[in-house]
Design a protein around this ligand. Sequence first.
Ligand code: PSU
Ligand code: MN
Length: 326
Amino acid sequence: MAGRPLLIADEVRDALAHGSSVVALETAVLTHGLPREPAATIPPVVADHPDFAVGVPLNLSLSLAMERAVRSNGGVPATVAVVDGVLKVGCTRGDLERLATDGDARKASVRDLGPLCAARHCAGTTVSATLVACGLAGIRHFATGGLGGVHRGFSKTLDISADLGALARTPTCVVSSGAKSILDLKATLEALETLGVPVIGLATQTFPEFTDGAGTLPLHATVSTPRDAARACQAHWSLLPTVGVVLANPCPAAHVLDHGGSSAMADELAAQAIASGIDGNLVTPWLLAQVAERTNGQSLDANIALLLDNARCATLVAVEAATAAG
Ligand code: PSU
Ligand code: MN
């Protein structure tokens, strides 16, 4: 390791060396996004899925299922996390089991990576920290659920996710279902424009709103197929070799939440977070948990559906990119 706490799994290193399709996966969703208790019931969307079973923590099942989605579409998964102070690119099943059940696992953003590694901690990596790993390893494709962004009330709190800055300086295509309407989505798109990060809709003309479906804010670029997405990324990187891309893939229609993620509720939650003294990196996990509670856990089904679909789509784009590169 020669002083640098970075470990790229052999399978990932070999795949990158041979030009195969590697897809990075984040783990903040594992440590801070989904329930870690043994599942009492199986969400309907994954009723017959081999990675989900009663008694297995849902967050672990989800990570394994995302890896399976990458493999079954012809890619090699690179799940990123901090394990005992090492930034791992490609986790073992044992690593995932530890992260899924370790209540002390931290949430690592870019700024946390150095201190957490020095202190030999374990942590799930946010989109921003996962992008650091992509940059170091040379991974061009990455699947997540929802992006972090500009929070409601940002003019007072200055709460703007490090995901945006990381996208501005890492040449990786992040496939996500847009962002949650608990954020200020208009401000998030403006910030991405300021940073020079294209947001490309995959078969959508609007910026998706995570579990709430296709959204309403217009996008300035749309492609209809993974092949066209790969072409758009290639053209972008030929001109801007250091800048990321957001590929926006809406939640599969059959699983969209029908509660109508009201803007009033999002504003109320943002105000409640401030009044309760919830700030810093706890804001996003707190907001997500509140929404899950207020939708009677229905958001879980949609969340799982979109995460698996984003893993599939990111892999299809990665395979097209590898094919085009010959
Ligand atoms: N948005 C979601 N689900 C998530 C996250 C965001 O709908 O799990 C996670 C991602 O890992 C993202 C992180 O990178 O939260 C952003 O956290 P913050 O807002 O503290 O930057
Ligand atoms: Mn924040």
